[in-house]
Design a protein around this ligand. Sequence first.
Ligand code: NAD
Length: 467
Amino acid sequence: MDSDVSSQSHFAHLLQLQQQTAILWRTSTANERLARLKQLSDWILKNQRSIQTALWEDFKKPEAETDLSEVFPVTSEINHAKKHLKAWMKSTKASMPMAMFGTSSHIQFEPKGCALIISPWNYPFNLTIGPLVSAIAAGCPAILKPSELTPNTSALIAKMVAELFKPEEVAVCLGGIEVSQELLALPFDHIFFTGSPKIGKIIMEKAAKHLASVTLELGGKSPTIVTSTADIADAAKKIAFGKFVNSGQTCIAPDYILVHESKKEHLIAELILAVRDMYDPAHVGIEKSPDLARIIDNRHFNRISHCLQDALEKGAKIEFGGRKNEKDLFIEPTILSGIAGEMVISEEEIFGPLMPIITYRSIQEAIDYINQKPKPLALYIFGSTGETKEVLKKTSAGNAVIDDCVLHFLHNNLPFGGIGNSGIGKSHGYFGFLAFSHEKGVLKQRVGFNNATLLRPPYGLKTKKII
Ligand code: NAD
């Protein structure tokens, strides 16, 4: 776009076109929506190699990780929608309360209308196209604003969308904050945002201007508890994968570990083993591993480096890792002990390959530690059934996983999302369909039958009979 004015009017024009589509798509059938999803899925499978290349060029994301965390979650969402969309779209009957005697009612799912999907850089394909799958399933046209920090993936998304859809159906607007802000000034019906809590607040403010509904998929510090009864070797393997996949740049990565003091040394030893097994099986140095993504850019490299430096200056100890190479944006998976409350690492979402280990003495102490922080996106616990139940009851988190971590993202039948500071609304499968649908309650009265004779004046003693 040549100027702000022309891009603004271009976006406004795009939205006007999509508003026409939204009216047409209100009556779209499941088969029509499924046909759109099928062409999306066909394109993805045919162009898997291009997706891998784009992600590699953006931050050296390993091919296998791209398949696992960018392609598979999207194709799995599409396959799931293929199986269930017809059932999701069916109106559901509402049972009749006594006061509504004689009526019948149902809940009808209506597409919300025009959707704006703004996505982050850390899983740039998955977190842009996943919500698009839900929007299409619900019958909504959409404008996508992928991240400016992954230019190759964002350009590929734009190419894919241009090949598959007319701009009045799905369109991509490339660019950074300015583009996002111009789009946010327009009257969308629903805004689906994935990103940081800080920007989530801005999105909600902008949405309020048009009373657009929002889904906010945000981040935060996801705690991981390892109790004295946990299988330490098993927990360490699972935590190391969840933390260091994508070089720790995962919204649901275990942010920090709370371990029972009696198991700290054992856990650290097992975490080191697990990291070496994954990234340095041939003992040539983790930097040479083809399986570890790089940090997205210099700003984030410096942010994570500062977080590490601050912790070390305030008394933290490196148990493993700590090497960096700014030229290659490499930060080694790093395990830290001696963590104190006033460190940046204890306060801010780490979003990088640093794993702080904090000890506790009683499960209540671990619970209190979690409860004095904003509500996290996920909570992980490795321990006995009793301990697990207690933690689940006494804490609040968007999702929870017992004896594993991050796996819930791939479970199509579970609602995915945060609570409070970690987000508003849910996504994935049926819950994603609901995010883009309006549940319209419809009541049908019988002609000639009038409950209102009881409800309208003259009231007299009528209300006494009702209550
Ligand atoms: P971000 O909030 O900085 O940016 C996300 C998107 O918002 C980008 O497209 C960006 O262009 C746009 N944006 C940035 N500033 C804006 C502004 N002032 N006004 C309007 N739009 C703006 O997030 P990020 O750095 O791309 O991603 C990291 C964050 O996202 C982390 O906090 C992480 O936990 C979170 N995240 C959450 C999920 C989830 O599913 N809940 C998934 C991935 C990432």
